[in-house]
Write a protein that binds this ligand. Structure first.
Ligand code: 3PG
Ligand code: MG
Length: 399
């Protein structure tokens, strides 16, 4: 697989697929710019070589036509600030305006294309659409790790039109290297922390991790499916009824394999799904009717922190509670602190997944963990052992 350092961009127009699918608030301000910051070295390398950069990305999940809240115009000022150069914007990622702006682009300049997903052809992987994108540049750089699990026109199909001029950028390289660090030759004890709402998103990864880890810490909404499988009473906590048997099987599998699987012993519970609800703390196995667990409790926090403190390799994916609500963010904060602490004493820590990465960024811990992934689904799929189409398209010559 050719990497960006093996390519000299002098005089070239680089068509760069980035994942600028960043969260925006109601005023369209970027609330977490991790993905933009991550792509800076790739863009800078091309500009420094004497190349021009054509950036393309999706944002959100528009229905297939333009929608203001998903417009990449909201990112232009952030890019100008970052690179201190001309940043042009094409109101459509293909068509005459994009063609004119791309052909007039000078070395050292940036052109940002409007949201690729304003065309249905993007997600369909339409070759004709991909060809129109390809016509804008001389070389294709895929640096969109967060979207590498999608076989879309801009992430995979477009590579066909650059048989000798396609490379991965620094984000893609770093992501793959860091993911491998928690899959191969890991230092032990190895602890995986899995959180988030749904067990169904994490089944394959949990199964795979049971062959690798020493400790598997469970948190977030999916805890209660495990608690129920373990015979607990969970009130009106989130539960995936059709996954209770599976959770029981995972608990049994962990026991067989000698993995310590930890379910939160206690929970912060509330009588409504709201930050203003009445709150209490109780054993996760004995939640009162009409009450729901929304965060791990104080004893679980202590137990988890102790296990994390003892670990040499840590993988964290998914928050421990409803992190967006301040009353239920304590568990996630405690885990983040424990991970930072372990890292400072030499452990390797990889933070993956949109929400846990956002939590670590919001808490200001991004520089105090080993690596914050820009990928959610992409990282999970890679770790599950799946081929990422965005990587395969660069690797393979017959793509
Ligand atoms: C993400 O945030 O998960 C990536 O940008 C991919 O977006 P998608 O899940 O809408 O394909
Ligand atoms: Mg996703």
């Amino acid at each position: 697989m050719k990497t960006i350092d093996q390519y000299n961009f002098a005089g070239k127009k680089a068509l760069v697929r980035v994942d600028f699918n960043v969260p925006l608030d109601e005023n369209y301000h970027i609330t977490d710019d991790n993905r933009i910051r991550a792509a800076v070295p790739t863009i800078q390398k091309i500009l420094n070589d004497g190349g021009a950069v054509i950036l393309m990305s999706h944002l959100g999940r528009p229905k297939g036509g333009p929608e203001d809240r998903y417009s990449l115009t909201h990112l232009v000022s952030r890019l100008k600030e970052e690179f201190n150069t001309t940043v042009m914007f094409a109101n459509d990622c293909i068509g005459p305006e994009a063609v004119t702006l791309a052909s007039a682009l000078k070395p050292g300049e940036i052109l940002l294309l409007e949201n690729l997903r304003f065309h249905k052809a993007e997600e369909k992987g339409d070759p004709d659409f991909a060809k129109q994108l390809a016509a804008l540049g001389d070389v294709y750089v895929n640096d969109a790790f967060g979207t590498a699990h999608r076989e879309h026109a801009s992430t995979a199909v477009v590579a066909r039109y650059f048989p000798n001029d396609k490379v991965v950028g620094y984000v893609m390289q770093a992501e793959l290297e860091n993911a491998r660090r928690v899959l191969e030759n890991v230092e032990r004890p190895y602890t995986a922390i899995m959180g988030g709402a749904k067990i169904s998103d994490k089944i394959l990864i949990i199964e795979r991790l049971l062959d690798k880890v020493d400790n598997l810490i469970i948190g977030g909404g999916m805890s209660y499916t495990f608690v129920k499988a373990d015979g607990g009473t969970i009130g009106s906590s989130l539960v995936e009824e059709d996954k209770v048997d599976l959770a029981a099987r995972l608990i049994a599998m962990a026991r067989e394999k000698g993995v310590q699987l930890m379910i939160p012993v206690d929970s912060v519970v509330a009588d409504a799904f709201s930050n203003d609800a009445n709150i209490d703390t109780c054993l996760s196995h004995h939640i009162k009717p009409m009450w729901m667990g929304l965060d791990i409790g104080p004893s679980a926090r202590e137990q988890y922190a102790a296990v994390i403190a003892n670990s040499k390799t840590i993988l964290w994916n998914g928050p421990m509670g409803v992190f967006e609500m301040s009353n239920f963010s304590v568990g996630t904060e405690a885990v983040a602190e424990a991970v930072v602490e372990a890292t400072s004493r030499g452990a390797y820590s990889l933070i993956g997944g949109g929400d846990s990465a956002a939590a670590v960024n919001q808490l200001g811990y991004a520089d105090r963990v080993s690596y914050v992934s820009t990928g959610g689904g992409a990282l999970l799929e890679y770790m599950e052992g799946k081929t990422l189409p965005g990587v395969a398209a660069i690797e393979r010559n017959d793509y």
